[in-house]
Each structure stands twice: as C-alpha cells, then as structure tokens.
Design a protein around this ligand. Sequence first.
Ligand code: SF4
Ligand code: SF4
Length: 189
Amino acid sequence: MWEAVEYQGEGLRNQNCKASEGDVSVNVIRGFSTTFKHVLEEPITIQYPEEVKVFQERYKGRHHLRRYENGLEKCIGCSLCAAACPADAIWVEAAENTDEARYSPGERYAKTYEINMIRCIFCGYCEDACPTQAIELGHEHELSFTDRRDSIFVKDMLIDPVPERGKPTPQKTEPGVFTRSIPDQENPL
Ligand code: SF4
Ligand code: SF4
C-alpha cells in the first residue's frame, strides 16, 4: 500500500514538472514580447521635480478656502464639511459676524478652520457637502512634512488671498446688506 501511494505521488510530481516547463517557455515568450512592444515607445518617465506633470481637471489635491470678489469669505462656519468627512480630518469653530466686523455673509463665519492632511484621503466629500462652495480641492500635491504638527493646515494657510477688487476681512459693512448666509448674487458687492 505504501508503495502504491509513493508511486502515485511520484507520477503527480512528474506531471506538474512537465506542465511547469511548458508554462516557462510560454511565459518567457510573453515577457519578451511585452518588453519589445515598449522598446520603440516614447519614454513616459518625468524628470520630477524639474518637470511637473499636468493633472486632469478632476484631480483632487490640497484644499482652498475661497472668497467672494469683494473679499468676504465664502465659509459660513456651518461644519457640514466636517460632518461629511469620512476621515474626521476637519475642525471648524464658528463665531458671530457683526456689521462692524464682518468676515462672511450671514450670521456666522469660521473662526477656526483646520484640516489634518495626514488624515485626509482627498475624497472631496467636504467639497460636495459645502453649501457655499467655500472649500475646494485644488491641484497642489506637494504635501510632505517632517513634523506631524506641520500636517495641520490652519485657516490662514487655506484661505485664498484677497482679490484685487476686494477688501480684507473683517470688513465694516452696511447694516442689512449681507443678511443671507448664501447670497442671491454669485459675487455680492
Ligand atoms: S477630502 Fe475627504 S478626507 Fe479630506 S478633508 Fe475633505 S472630506 Fe475629509
Ligand atoms: S467650508 Fe463650507 S461646509 Fe465647511 S464650514 Fe465652511 S461653509 Fe460650511
């Protein structure tokens, strides 16, 4: 009985070896054909950082907090972006606007706005959740840190510069003009 089992085992081993030899030849031919197919093609390697790849329009990189043309901040501190974030990467703390010191249209603005870039998975859910298109993901991808604290991007790092025709925040505004958090006009004057 032992002999029979041993014989059967040997036969299977030989069968496997034969199959492997055939596979090797086919795989070698396949491998070389793939190599030769690419030999005549233009190289696709980019000499980064001297040369930087142009990304697709839909690429999601570092975030920006947008302003209206008059300089007011689009963010109204509603925290919907933080609620939508699957990585719990956003921290928003809101404060009240007044006509003497106005940061954004409506009642509130983001006093604190932070994104932890180590947590962020660049899914864009924050962008989708925002009712004022205040937070947008841009194309910047060079986000490396040597200290974990540097990965927290605060409001000053995220907010866009004041546009040419605008004024910095806080602004002194006319009472009753910016009462709506989501203004009727795209760029309220
Ligand atoms: S891109 Fe995604 S993970 Fe990153 S902050 Fe926005 S919602 Fe969170
Ligand atoms: S970025 Fe948009 S969703 Fe987030 S707090 Fe500001 S207004 Fe709300």
